[in-house]
Design a protein around this ligand. Sequence first.
Ligand SMILES: Nc1nc2c(ncn2[C@@H]2O[C@H](COP(=O)(O)OP(=O)(O)OP(=O)(O)O)[C@@H](O)[C@H]2O)c(=O)[nH]1
Length: 310
Amino acid sequence: MVIAGANRMLGRAAASQTQTPPPTSEICVARWSRVVLVAMVIAAAGSGGPGREPQPSQPPSDSERMKSSLTPLGPPVSRDRVIDSFPKWYTPEACLQLREHFHGQVSAACQCRNTGTVGFCKNVFDRDYKATIGVDFEIERFEIAGIPYSLQIWDTAGQEKFKCIASAYYRGAQVIITAFDLTDVQTLEHTRQWLEDALKENEAGSCFVFLVGTKKDLLSGASCQQAEAEAVHLAKEMQAEYWSVSAKTGENVKAFFSRVAALAFEQSVLQDLERWSSARLQVGDGDLIRMEGSPPETQESKRPSGLGCC
Ligand SMILES: Nc1nc2c(ncn2[C@@H]2O[C@H](COP(=O)(O)OP(=O)(O)OP(=O)(O)O)[C@@H](O)[C@H]2O)c(=O)[nH]1
């Protein structure tokens, strides 16, 4: 099954990623989280240290996937990846998070700060369709409320013949994005199956779910409204948040990925705050969320890791 928009949309949004991470001397908290694209689903992620990103050729191991990663402070991210305020939804009818601010605990833990910015993302739209073979992988770096944060984006193939490969990448996703072609309502139906497959591999209620209609540039007026109304209806059933985007014009792409990143970031911080509730948490010099004390004993924390807690 082919859903248009996934790769190219990612290409645009996943931009100038894959820069070499800095040395792991300073550490901040960000949980592994992944975005799985079910034919276009994403999983968000905190980036690991040098050489610690999972390789695109194989699904991440349990330790890579589950451990709370300790993100080194990186070089400044590009200006359009800086998120200072909680990004808004696209459709209030199909949105589970209508609030407009970061969770109070997250705002308190993070000290917003301005950073210098360098560069802009590559802005590519490819009109030729090249099928995803199995899975594509991108890392997109953000700065959210002054804290460096990375999304790992696993774009799984939409074609039926790659289904087995794709499903190996669903587990441990923090965000699931399932996409369809707004100009072909039949593709909307397929999103149910992709979502079901992705949810099977994850704990109930552990993922943010997004339904995304692509090729918005090809529709307007009543036909666009009609397609969106059907999508919003399905999104409500799926307990998903709905977005319409265009990879070609870039409409809503940045806003969408900002929203995904912000929700994933907030959840990561809240989970880490909960896990470390007995420890003292502090934002160090505006650069890092710094933990002191011992985290609760978990299987994760018992695993040997080169990334110690600061
Ligand atoms: N006009 C227009 N074309 C688009 C848009 N998004 C994708 N396309 C085109 O649709 C075709 C398929 O896009 P892909 O993103 O590769 O589709 P996909 O669903 O990811 O495909 P698989 O990864 O193989 O599942 C390509 O020819 C793209 O150029 C869009 O927003 N507008």
